[in-house]
Each structure stands twice: as structure tokens, then as C-alpha cells.
Design a protein around this ligand. Structure first.
Ligand SMILES: C[S@@+](CC[C@H](N)C(=O)[O-])C[C@H]1O[C@@H](n2cnc3c(N)ncnc32)[C@H](O)[C@@H]1O
Length: 254
């Protein structure tokens, strides 16, 4: 599926074995030039500044997108951060275990992790799973993580529609943030990281099925994040909390 779409890029810095291995794992070509006119693929993975980065042609010259392990602007830097705001309200402050079935760039997962939830991550795109594994490794190296003897969330690579049925213990909450088709020009998905994710992966057309499986597999609740103008994924929710341009719909189990 990734053929002609993505290559691993080796820019001549250091040993290229890790680059070769990454290309083999993903079954994509290894390229060693940044001349855009010679390159056939629209997306690239490479290590820059010690981080695995995803690039498109625009980002080839410099930059790249990586799993950001830093707290959000304004977030309290103590661990656990206070369970405040729309997401914490939707998850429930007493909830302990959460499975993020659509991890993507891991920003929601890491936010939940920093608030003290026990988070397990599922991601089906092998490219995103590589970026997440790199980000979680970097997180494990952080002083504060080591001082508090914390481990980054566990990452399961595969389709959550299948994996949720195999979980040994049902998590109290399953969190879903599938890709919705954009309705307006300037949406919550307009950030470059989300635009590139959509360009690389497309919309998640099986989100109804994912919701039904999640409702079966969750111990207590399913939380769905969606653009604030989208129809609720599972019909009328039990509760709904609004954030900036997004909505968290909560489906409680009987
Ligand atoms: C909109 S992004 C999630 C963004 C994420 N909440 C964040 O904070 O970065 C949706 C992600 O869910 C993944 N996804 C969608 N359906 C999935 C499924 N059935 N199983 C596993 N991953 C899925 C997609 O591959 C994509 O990476």
C-alpha cells in the first residue's frame, strides 16, 4: 500500500543500517538524495536531529514532523498534571485505564498519559507506528520519566477493529479520534501534522464499525473526539463536552 507513496531518506549522516532496516520493515525504497525532481515518492521518513521525522516535498529542504513529547502550551509540568478540561471531563476523573484506538501522532494519548491515565495505544498505520515508537523511546529517556520510574504507553500496531477483541482485560474507557472528512476550510484538522496524516492515510471509512467494536470491548465508556460540526459517530451520546473546535461525545455502557 505504501509503494510509490513513501521512501526512507538517508542524507549521508552516520551509519545507514538503521535506515536500511526501517526501509525493509516498511517494504519501501531507501533513497539517498534530497533533490525533489529525482525523487518519485511524495512522503519520506528520516532521522533528523535525533528524531524520526515524516516529510513531504515541502518539508524536504528542512524540518519534518515528529511525535512531540513536550507538554502542551499552558499545561502544568508536574506529573500527574491536573485532570482538567473537556477531555478529562469526557474520560471521567475516576477512570484509570484508557485504550486510545486511533493514536495517530499520539498527542491525545500523551496528554492523557501526563494526566495520569494508564494509556495503551493502538495504531494501524505502520508509518505512524514507527514514528510513535521513536517518540515513546525519546519519552522514556526523559529525566522526569526516569526519576518517577514511568514507562511510555504500550503501543500495539494493527487494526483496532481486530485488536480490541483480543484485549485480556477490558479498559474502562476506549478513546476514538478517527479521521473525519473536512467540512470547512479552517478546521481543527488544519494543522500541518493532521493535513499530512490525511494526505498519507486518507479518511477512516470504517469508523462506524470501529465504534461498534469499541462499545462492545469497553468496560464503562467510549469517548469519541470529532469536529464540533460533525454528526455524533454513535448516535445520541450520553454526554458531550466541547473543546476548541472539537467535541468529545461520551457513550456510557448500561
Ligand atoms: C485523526 S488521527 C488521530 C490523531 C490523534 N488523536 C492525535 O492526537 O495525534 C487518526 C489515526 O487513527 C488511526 N486509525 C483509524 N482507524 C483505526 C483502526 N481501526 N485501528 C487502528 N488505528 C486506526 C489512523 O491510522 C490515524 O493515524
Amino acid at each position: 500500500m505504501l509503494t510509490n507513496k513513501l521512501a526512507v531518506l538517508y542524507e549521508g549522516q552516520g551509519d545507514n543500517v538503521a535506515f536500511q532496516q526501517l526501509a525493509e520493515r516498511l517494504a519501501v525504497p531507501l533513497r539517498n538524495t534530497t533533490h525533489a525532481d529525482v525523487l518519485a515518492e511524495p512522503f519520506f521518513l528520516c532521522w533528523r536531529d535525533g528524531c524520526l521525522k515524516l516529510l513531504d516535498r515541502e518539508l524536504l529542504r528542512q524540518g519534518g514532523l515528529t511525535v512531540d513529547i513536550e507538554p502542551r502550551n499552558g499545561e502544568q509540568r508536574s506529573y500527574p498534571a491536573p485532570k482538567q478540561g473537556a477531555l478529562a471531563q469526557a474520560l471521567g476523573r475516576k477512570t484509570k485505564t484508557v485504550v486510545d484506538a486511533t493514536t495517530g501522532w499520539g498527542q491525545d494519548s500523551l496528554f492523557m498519559f501526563r494526566m495520569g491515565y494508564e494509556v495503551t495505544c493502538i495504531e494501524r498505520s505502520p508509518v505512524m507506528a514507527e514514528l510513535l515508537a521513536d517518540g515513546f523511546n525519546r519519552l522514556n529517556q526523559q529525566d522526569w520519566m526516569q526519576r518517577l520510574q514511568l514507562q511510555a504507553p504500550q503501543l500495539l500496531t494493527g487494526n483496532a477493529i481486530e485488536l480490541l477483541a483480543t484485549l485480556a482485560t477490558p479498559p474502562e474507557c476506549i478513546y476514538l479520534d478517527p479521521m473525519f472528512p473536512p467540512k470547512r476550510k479552517k478546521s481543527a484538522l488544519a494543522k500541518k501534522a493532521m493535513v499530512i496524516l490525511r494526505d498519507l492515510l486518507g479518511d477512516d471509512m470504517d469508523k462506524d464499525q470501529l465504534f461498534n467494536v469499541a462499545l462492545q470491548a469497553a468496560g464503562k465508556r467510549v469517548v469519541v473526539k470529532s469536529p464540533d460540526d460533525a454528526e455524533p459517530l454513535g448516535g445520541k451520546p450520553s454526554d458531550s463536552y466541547s473543546g476548541k473546535l472539537v467535541r468529545y461525545d461520551v457513550y456510557l455502557k448500561g
